[in-house]
Write a protein that binds this ligand. Sequence first.
Ligand SMILES: Nc1nc2c(ncn2[C@@H]2O[C@H](COP(=O)(O)OP(=O)(O)O)[C@@H](O)[C@H]2O)c(=O)[nH]1
Ligand SMILES: [Mg+2]
Ligand SMILES: [Zn+2]
Length: 273
Amino acid sequence: MALPEKNLRCQVRGRITVKIYPGDRVKVADRMVEELLPRDNLLSRPQVANVSRVLVVMALKEPDLDFLLLDKFLLACELEGIEPIIVINKLDLAPEFPEENQKKLEAYHQAGYDLHLISVKTKDNLKVVLEYFQEGISVLAGPSGVGKSALLNELLPEAELHTGEVSKKLGRGTHTTRKVNLLRAGKEGWVADTPGFTSLDITGIEPVDLRFYFPEFDDLTPRCKFSANCVHIHEPGCAVRKALKSDEIAEHRYQSYLHFYKILEQEWENKYD
Ligand SMILES: Nc1nc2c(ncn2[C@@H]2O[C@H](COP(=O)(O)OP(=O)(O)O)[C@@H](O)[C@H]2O)c(=O)[nH]1
Ligand SMILES: [Mg+2]
Ligand SMILES: [Zn+2]
């Protein structure tokens, strides 16, 4: 699809009554928005339409890599139907990264996720991130302090985002409903200047469906004795639990699964009490 070469301030026809979000594709004639084209998706927090991918950014250290939180971000992406890419920053701090965590990281690779180790500080491997930015709309997500702003500043210097201290002052409760801007990152690529998933609640699906959001279960589920509804917890002849015993499934990923399962189950019970 052809993108406009420059920004064009337009008005929206009165007959278009739905809200138009950053990322939306529209038909324009004479500086009037005539039509809103169908959306691929709409990220909910912040609201950005047609997101091609979410780069889930974590750090090796400072802050410590929180695997449950990583899994939560991945699940949130899957629930929104948006492809997650895992980007682990602060590779320069690798000497301080515990060996057991290295093994945990490998599990994501094995599960089929794209995973990249980078360092904004030493500029290691940043090209791979820039590649993603070249096409479609990219959104960064991840906890505070992992280097999201630093990464955007490095790759898109005109962005001039605040790093470090500033974000802390904004804090919770102040409710500054920030507008999302899309920064041009290539001929056909844009990056949101505000992180995605500013609040993370994993809700809205049936517990039994959670298993479909852990890609490493996909090949195993058909081999479970009760594959049609095996949730891989107590069922006999479960291929996932068997794979867990032989280390083919990472223990911490399974624990995340159980954690989310219990939350969803609780929610489900409350709904029908
Ligand atoms: N050691 C190291 N520090 C980094 C790296 N990238 C960013 N930082 C630092 O991490 C802190 C938080 O970065 P910031 O971009 O504000 O994180 P954000 O909260 O995710 O936007 C800042 O002090 C950065 O200088 C890196 O690759 N290595
Ligand atoms: Mg930031
Ligand atoms: Zn099973």
